[in-house]
Design a binder for this molecule. Structure first.
Ligand SMILES: [Zn+2]
Length: 805
């Protein structure tokens, strides 16, 4: 080890009266006060409670009308210590109604729109609206959307009074429901299913007009399809934040029994375990499913040929598929005659809940090779990686279903969008981006079955708690799948965002976030990656993260519970980290501004004056003197060599006995230990480097310092973030080394999301970049059109492009 000692020098403290900043201030001042429900360790307290809501639903899919009709019995168990006089339900389908808060609060300039500006008036750039947005508005204008609530009644059949307010419904209870009380009620409802491609709703139908069957076929993805109880929690009571389309769902756990009636030739994939395989699958299909349990590669339960055959016909007959799901916080399903279905078993020998999980995929021919090869394998890979980080997958099935939704998660079932492209020769191909998309989205959505489907964080409020944590883990799983695929999950992938001015802190409610992707997915994922690889190290991070997962499995954590658990279980004070990364928009930009090389004075005049002379000699000769010499101009001294005195023979660095005596006296006055220390330091004659760093981004971080010695050896020095504790903007560090240093580099592996890596080099380096020759763009002003020539163009028939997916 060449670095023998180092410390920050006190003279570097830059804070002055009036602008003192403490980046290490404890977060307890901001976090909610611990109580008996959530304690100071970040654990569920000894009085922790949560409600339980069980559902029994009979639902029928009317394929022709694309309409769902259902009756459901809800059993609500009040585990809170409080009495409830009313219940709140979420009617998420009502968000599409034109009088919903979601529709009324849409601003122009959002997705699919480009707002006008004063600039556009001057330079002719027009405001814009995308075809997708036009299609959405037209579809919603042409269809009746939202729930028809047909009946709400108590278990004895008497009608219950209710009020619908936007996408919420309040049911008034005839008798107050006391603590530990339970009640059942029924709701009948129906609604028209949204066309997902037109409206973008996280669920809905997709129409395939080119299928062999007359009129084509549909894939139905059903989610947010039944009235669900609002969450009622110890920290917010009823969670009444209206659904605006972005902040996802805040839900209660419960048990479900759902009977799904669909056309008899449909294949259904659903949350839960299928109860009546005998009634809905053929003997061959059941045998294949059995074989799949121990297969190395996925086995087809419904083959491509069978699905293609199903696509041609259609039927008026129906079948009812029965599913049971225990301890889930939601329920979704999918249905189509286009589905092929493959499956393979994943053994979890240590799991009491699910010793065998069936990893399964449901997809149409449009999914092609991509789905056949990778979907179910990606499901199985996700279980392996996520279980290692948290707990065994807690449910009997894990499914990936292809449909019109890009990617969406529900307990035991996920909807994933990537497809192959049909080519003229009948083959289907996909780009590398589509391959990455498929593997990545399956990992991500299946990962959500852990977070937030099992670790039940509040999605409506804090998107980062499910998306950020999940993106961190999908980054782990993606890189363990194939690190040569650019997953976009490295800390360096977030620097563009962190230095941009379109930011709000991660700790911002979902619907108010600017740029949800980088804010709630990539930035928290990068933060956790850095926490693991740079701040805590893998052992401490993984232990703490697993503890968080264990503590909050099937429970409802808040951000404070996460922050507290990670800190308490890792044994490291992380308040500075949470504060910087989650509560501010600061970024990381540490600059190494200057390095001084120092040498210890020996105090011996014979040595120190000699060194002074050498230091003087390396200073450049003044230009004046150089030019005089070039002109062969002689000095007076040169022309008059006969006149000489003492100072011509002895320069100003000549030591005298006066200094030698003083030096001996200085040595004699030293204590023994002081003299020993000085003698040793002089003998070792080490190199002392003082490095000046500045924190340009505001976010305090550890300084990862690469030291490059003369001769080619390298060494890494990890300086903890705490170096900034008294001086957050500028700090100096002394490094004592027995070898001479050639250069220093801060964060050479780009592990800290430092937004400017060029000021990390000392000495600075030449910045590698590229340049491209370009042609100036032509003006769009109509005055430049050659109408005189273009008017003579002959009229052609348009070539109609056939829409093939
Ligand atoms: Zn997600």
């Amino acid at each position: 080890m060449a670095v023998v000692a180092s410390h920050a020098t006190a003279s570097s403290v830059q804070q002055t009266k009036g602008d003192f900043v403490d980046k290490f201030r404890q977060l307890e001042e901001v976090l909610p006060t611990p109580n008996q429900y959530r304690n100071a360790a970040g654990e569920p307290g000894d009085q922790y409670w949560q409600q339980k809501v069980d559902y029994r639903i009979n639902v029928t899919l009317d394929e022709r009308k694309r309409r769902l009709k259902a009756d459901q019995q809800v059993t609500y168990t009040n585990n809170s210590p409080y009495t409830l006089r009313y219940l709140w339900l979420q009617l998420e389908q009502n968000r599409f109604k034109e009088d919903s808060m979601a529709e009324r609060s849409v601003e122009f300039g959002g997705i699919g729109r480009r707002g006008p500006s004063t600039r556009s008036m001057e330079d002719g750039v027009k405001a814009g609206i995308s075809f997708g947005e036009l299609e959405r508005q037209q579809w919603l204008a042409d269809h009746q959307v939202g729930y028809d609530i047909l009946n709400v009644s108590a278990s004895d059949g008497t009608a219950l009074p209710f009020v619908i307010a936007g996408s919420q419904m309040r049911i008034d209870l005839p008798q107050p429901l006391g603590s530990k009380g339970q009640l059942s009620f029924n709701i009948e409802y129906a609604y028209n299913i949204i066309e997902e491609d037109a409206v973008s709703a996280r669920a809905g139908y997709e129409h395939f007009p080119n299928d062999a069957r007359k009129g084509g076929n549909d894939i139905f993805l059903l989610a947010q399809w039944f009235p669900r109880l609002q969450a009622y929690s110890d920290y917010e009571a009823w969670h009444n934040k209206e659904f605006l389309g972005r902040g996802e769902f805040t839900l209660e756990f419960g048990d479900y029994e759902v009977n799904i009636t669909v056309p008899a030739d449909h294949i259904v994939s659903s949350t839960g375990e299928l109860q009546n395989a005998n009634a809905v699958l053929t003997k061959t299909q059941r045998e294949r499913l059995e074989k799949a349990k121990t297969a190395k590669r996925p086995v087809f339960v419904v083959t491509a040929e069978e699905a293609l055959e199903n696509e041609k016909e259609g039927t008026k007959e129906t079948k009812t598929w029965q599913f049971v799901a225990k301890n889930v916080r939601d329920f979704a399903w999918a249905s189509s005659r286009k589905f092929m279905w493959d499956a393979k078993g994943v053994a979890q020998p240590n799991s009491a809940e699910a010793p065998l999980v069936m990893a399964m995929s449901f997809f149409p021919k449009e999914g092609g090779e991509l789905w056949r090869k990778y979907s179910t394998e990606a499901v199985a890979h996700t279980l392996a990686v996520y279980s290692r980080f948290s707990f065994d997958y807690p449910y009997p099935v894990a499914q990936s279903v292809n449909g019109p939704v890009g990617g969406m998660e529900y307990p035991m079932i996920t909807f994933n969008g990537p497809r192959t492209t049909w080519q003229e020769d009948g083959s289907r191909t996909y780009t590398q981006a589509e391959k990455r998309f498929l593997i990545g989205v399956v990992i991500h959505e299946i990962g959500h079955i852990y977070f937030p489907m099992t670790v039940n964080s509040d999605e409506r409020q804090w998107t980062w708690m499910d998306e950020g944590i999940n993106s961190f883990l999908d980054g782990v799983a993606g890189r363990e799948w194939d690190p040569t695929i650019p997953w976009g999950v490295e800390p360096r992938d977030i620097t563009w965002y962190m230095k941009s001015d379109v930011q709000v802190p991660i700790m911002t409610q979902s619907d108010s976030v600017l740029m949800l992707g980088p804010n709630a997915y990539t930035k928290p994922a990068a933060a956790l990656n850095i926490l693991r690889e740079v701040v805590l190290g893998r052992e401490r991070f993984d232990f703490a993260f697993k503890e968080y997962s264990r503590r909050w499995k099937f429970k409802r954590p808040t951000p404070a519970d996460f922050f507290r658990t990670m800190e308490e279980a890792s044994g490291v004070d992380l308040d500075w980290f949470w504060h910087g990364w989650f509560y501010t928009t600061d970024h990381v930009d540490i600059s190494i501004d200057r390095v001084y090389k120092l040498r210890l004075d020996t105090e011996n005049p014979d040595i120190d004056f000699k060194r002074d002379r050498e230091d003087h000699a390396i200073k450049p000769t003044p230009l004046f003197e150089q030019r005089n010499r070039a002109e062969k101009r002689k000095t007076w001294v040169e022309l008059n060599k006969d006149v000489r005195d003492f100072y011509d023979e002895n320069d100003r660095f000549t030591p005298t006995n006066k200094e030698r005596n003083a030096y001996q006296q200085f040595l004699a006055d030293l204590e023994d230990n002081e003299r020993k220390a000085l003698e040793r330091a002089i003998k070792e004659d080490k190199h002392y480097y003082v490095l000046d760093f500045s924190n340009l981004g505001g976010l305090v971080m550890p300084i990862l310092l690469e030291i490059n010695y003369r001769g080619g050896k390298k060494e890494m020095l990890h300086i903890p973030a705490e170096i900034w504790r008294r001086s957050p903007w500028k700090v100096s560090k002394l490094i004592v080394s027995d070898k001479e240093v050639e250069s220093f580099v801060v964060d050479p592996q780009w592990e800290t999301a430092d937004v400017d890596v060029e000021n990390n080099h000392y000495p600075r380096r030449i910045i590698p970049s590229r340049i491209e020759a370009f042609k100036a763009e032509e003006s769009i002003d109509p005055v430049y059109r050659d109408i005189m020539h273009d008017i003579t163009t002959e009229k052609e028939d348009p070539k109609v492009k056939q829409r093939m997916k």
